[in-house]
Write a protein that binds this ligand. Sequence first.
Ligand code: ATP
Ligand code: MG
Length: 242
Amino acid sequence: MPDTARNFVGEPLLAIHDLHAWYGESHVLHGIDITVPQGTVVTLLGRNGAGKSTTLKSIMGIVPKRQGSIRLQDHEIIELAPYAIAPHGVAFCPEDRGIYATLDVKENLELPPRIDQHGLSTEQILDLFPQLRERLHSPGSKLSGGEQQMLAIGRILRTGARLLLLDEPTEGLAPSIVEQIGDTIARLKQQGYTILLVEQNLRFAMSVADYHYLIDHGQVVASYDRQTIEQHTDTLLERLGV
Ligand SMILES: Nc1ncnc2c1ncn2[C@@H]1O[C@H](COP(=O)(O)OP(=O)(O)OP(=O)(O)O)[C@@H](O)[C@H]1O
Ligand SMILES: [Mg+2]
């Protein structure tokens, strides 16, 4: 594997080493190594079933069995229960977005607990996503896909997490909305958040991220920075099956 991780600038906020994960008897991650430097955007690329979501879920402690090392700053978190992992400053936005259909935007936003003083207030979240302000009293079921995604991202900012794990935030969204999600990610990065992002949309990944890992069959098979990924676009499009 070309180890561009060595060229990473800055302290790693998240360092995953030799991560294995299982669902029952099914062994799905086979020794993942990933470094996410503080203040960067990093993507996990890979085909359906490669193990991208399982990697994010392993960080949150919500995969039944895992082994290896997951370090968040100086803390080893692999043995911790999910409720004990979130206070280390990490939050997860799942692929299905997890919006409550019967609750309105404000209620959905105010659901997660604030963990520390970094947590954004409802007002601050609405400043980041002005469209949500207009929809404040609409139920989750009436939101467009883009609005749901913004709500899902906005909601995790309330916790005070500084490391955001986003699972396919652009999936199923129109190009103009994808662009808005890209702008949001860029703004969050400017504000000092660190983002680990699962993406199948290579062009989008290239536009937002500093580093990329290609995952296949539960292993990291390649990694790239902004320059090296440009030289591998054709092969990647083929490998991602898009
Ligand atoms: N809850 C589960 N129980 C059993 N097997 C699972 C479960 N979730 C995922 N798997 C299996 O684990 C492997 C990795 O799945 P994962 O969801 O991590 O892939 P992914 O890269 O996120 O794929 P996709 O692009 O389709 O979201 C797949 O073979 C999948 O079928
Ligand atoms: Mg997935």
